[in-house]
Design a protein around this ligand. Structure first.
Ligand SMILES: NC(=O)C1=CN([C@@H]2O[C@H](COP(=O)(O)OP(=O)(O)OC[C@H]3O[C@@H](n4cnc5c(N)ncnc54)[C@H](OP(=O)(O)O)[C@@H]3O)[C@@H](O)[C@H]2O)C=CC1
Ligand SMILES: O=C(O)[C@@H]1CCC=N1
Length: 272
C-alpha cells in the first residue's frame, strides 16, 4: 500500500527521520509529499534532500490539498497550527482528512476537539525510523476505520515496528521508545568512553560499543530469550563480566533506567 496526498506540518528532526524513512522504504513517493515549514532553510533542506516534494509556508492550502495530515510540530504549537488562518482569514479545513499527530503528550480528546472530528490517530515514533529500525506506538480515536488503521500500520511498519496501545499508555510508549534512543546513544557514548579509559583508540572503542549494542538487541529479538538469561550467559563464574555487573548494580544503573522511563512518561503527561 502506498501513501498518497500526505501533508506534514513541521519539518524538524522527527519528521526528517520518520518521513525520510518512509521515502526510503518506498511507502511514500516525494511527489505525494507536502511539507509545511516556518523557516526558509527548513524548506530548502526538504527540497534538496527529497527532490520532488512540495514545500510551503501556507498551512491552510497544504491542508486543503491533503488526504492525510501529519502534525509534527512541538506539542505547544499544535493549538496554533489547528487554528491557523491564511492572509485572507480562511481557516484550515480539517474535515475529510485523516489527522496523524506525533506530538508528545497531546491526547486524543484534545486532538479530536481541535480537529472538529474523530478521524484522528496519535503516534509516538522514534528517530531510528530513519534507518528502518523505528519503534512506534499508536492509538486511534473512534472515527478511525479499519482502512485508516491499516494505512497507519503500513506507514509505521515501513520504517520499523508498530504497537497499537491505549491513549493513556502513549505516555509510557514515549518513556520507553520515543525518548529511548537518547538513553541508548548515551550508553554507547559511555561504553566508548570506558574503552578509551581502558586504552583503546576512540574510533575503535566507538565501533566496538556500537556493534555490541546492536548485537545484544538483535540477540534479544532473534532468540526470544529473556534478557536476564542472555546476561547470565555472558557472566563467567569469577570472571570479568560479573565484576562489571556488580559495579553497575552498585551504581543503580537498573534503577536509573527505570526512573528515566518514568520521568519521560511523567513529562509527557505534563505536556498535555
Ligand atoms: N525528536 C524526537 O525524537 C521525537 C519527537 N516527537 C515529537 O515530534 C514533534 C516535533 O519534534 P522535533 O522534530 O524533535 O522538533 P523540531 O524542533 O526539530 O521540529 C519542529 C518543527 O516545527 C516547525 N514549526 C514550528 N512552528 C511551525 C508552524 N507554525 N508551522 C509549521 N512548522 C512549524 C519548525 O519549523 P522550522 O524549522 O521551519 O522553523 C521545526 O522544524 C514534537 O511534538 C515531539 O513531541 C515524537 C517522537 C520522537
Ligand atoms: O523529547 C521529546 O519531547 C520528544 C518526544 C519523544 C522524544 N523526543
Amino acid at each position: 500500500m502506498k501513501l498518497t496526498g500526505l501533508t506534514v506540518i513541521g519539518g524538524g528532526q522527527m519528521a526528517r527521520a520518520l518521513v525520510g524513512g518512509m521515502l526510503e522504504s518506498g511507502c511514500l513517493d516525494a511527489e505525494e509529499l507536502t511539507v509545511v515549514h516556518k523557516t526558509a532553510s527548513t524548506g530548502t533542506w526538504w527540497t534538496e534532500n527529497h527532490p520532488g516534494c512540495t514545500t510551503t509556508t501556507d498551512t491552510v492550502a497544504a491542508v486543503a490539498s491533503a488526504k492525510v495530515v501529519m502534525l509534527a510540530v512541538k506539542p505547544h504549537i499544535i493549538a496554533e497550527v489547528m487554528t491557523v488562518q491564511d492572509e485572507q482569514g480562511n481557516s484550515a479545513d480539517w474535515n475529510d482528512r485523516l489527522i496523524i499527530s506525533i506530538a508528545a503528550g497531546i491526547g486524543l480528546d484534545s486532538l479530536t476537539e481541535q480537529a472538529g472530528h474523530r478521524r484522528v490517530v496519535r503516534v509516538m515514533p522514534n528517530t531510528p525510523s530513519l534507518v528502518g529500525e523505528g519503534a512506534s506506538g499508536f492509538c486511534a480515536a473512534d472515527g478511525v476505520d479499519d482502512d485508516d488503521v491499516e494505512l497507519v500500520k503500513t506507514m509505521l511498519e515501513s520504517v520499523g515496528i508498530a504497537a497499537q496501545v491505549t491513549d493513556p499508555q502513549m505516555n509510557a510508549v514515549t518513556g520507553v521508545s520515543g525518548s529511548g534512543p537518547a538513553y541508548v546513544f548515551l550508553i554507547i557514548e559511555a561504553l566508548a568512553d570506558g574503552g578509551v579509559a581502558a586504552g583503546l583508540p576512540r574510533a575503535t572503542a566507538l565501533q566496538l560499543a556500537t556493534q555490541t549494542v546492536l548485537g545484544a538487541a538483535k540477540m534479544v529479538r532473534e532468540t526470544g530469550e529473556h534478557p536476564g538469561v542472555l546476561k547470565d550467559n555472558v557472566c563467567s563464574p569469577g570472571g570479568t563480566t560479573i565484576a562489571a555487573m556488580s559495579t553497575l548494580e552498585k551504581n543503580a544503573v537498573r534503577g536509573a533506567m527505570i526512573q528515566a522511563v518514568q520521568a519521560s512518561a511523567n513529562r509527557s503527561r505534563e505536556l498535555a
